[in-house]
Design a protein around this ligand. Structure first.
Ligand code: 8X3
Length: 244
């Protein structure tokens, strides 16, 4: 379905699920604001999706970067129809809690939750004013099952779940939709960042799964939920690899 004229803001859009969703939504007629730290990646994506993509620097873990978000957008892109809170990380993670660095844990909380809250708070007033808008939050299967060595990461995703549930209830009366997407393992650059650029460690992590999801699998779920009639809110999409 062509969603012509709708505007989507995607955080963490320089790779993985964020990038795949930008590509898919642009193909369906959206204007996509692609936000991330890596501007070189975003410039290339913008060229590929031209003229549908507006690349924008955003570090969701940097409060100043988030707080200036709306004023840095051109006026005609400030009426955001869809916010995809996709940016997330686990840098320095996948180690036992006491063996990890507390600065890494703190940054994970900042990016995965505090930043997500701030981005949402910046974007939502215009949605409330217009009486419509879709917020899609990227959760994780780690909010549904206990996973060793993921205590802080999992905690942030529990927080994303609670935030999503409450937001949905708060805004139901005025017609905003809140969709939580909960993927299992997705082959992306996520693990590369977790292991600070160690390609071997990242490859070994994904290779241990028979067939991890691909970013476009998750993007397809997001696009499907968004294209349903406005009266339909898909509360949560749990998507896991078939082969475990
Ligand atoms: C991602 C969790 O285990 O794939 O949500 O790194 S994991």
């Amino acid at each position: 379905m062509n969603q012509g004229g709708r505007t989507a803001l995607i955080t963490g859009a320089s790779s993985g699920v964020g990038e795949a969703t930008a590509v898919l939504l642009a193909a369906r007629g959206y204007r996509v604001i692609c936000a991330a730290r890596r501007m070189d990646r975003l410039e290339r994506l913008a060229e590929r999706l031209a003229p549908a993509c507006f690349p924008m620097y955003l570090d969701v873990g940097d409060l100043a970067s988030v707080d200036s978000l709306m004023e840095r957008l051109p006026a005609d892109l400030r009426a955001i129809d869809v916010l995809l809170n996709n940016a997330g990380q686990d840098e320095g993670g996948m180690v036992r809690f006491d063996e990890g660095q507390v600065d890494d844990w703190t940054r994970t909380v900042l990016v995965n939750f505090a930043g997500l809250v701030r981005v949402t708070h910046a974007v939502i007033p215009a949605m409330v004013k217009r009486g419509r808008g879709d917020i899609v939050n990227l959760g994780s299967i780690t909010s549904r099952q206990a996973s060793p060595k993921l205590a802080v990461y999992a905690a942030t995703k529990h927080a994303v779940h609670g935030f999503s549930e409450s937001l949905r209830a708060e805004y139901a009366a005025i017609g905003l939709r809140v969709i939580e997407v909960v993927p299992g393992v997705v082959r992306s650059e996520f693990a590369l960042h977790r292991w600070r650029g160690d390609q071997e460690a990242a490859a070994a992590f994904y290779d241990a799964f028979p067939a991890p999801l691909l970013p476009e699998d998750v993007a397809g779920c997001i696009a499907w939920a968004l294209e349903l009639p406005p009266r339909v809110n898909i509360d949560q999409i749990v998507v896991t690899p078939t082969f475990q």
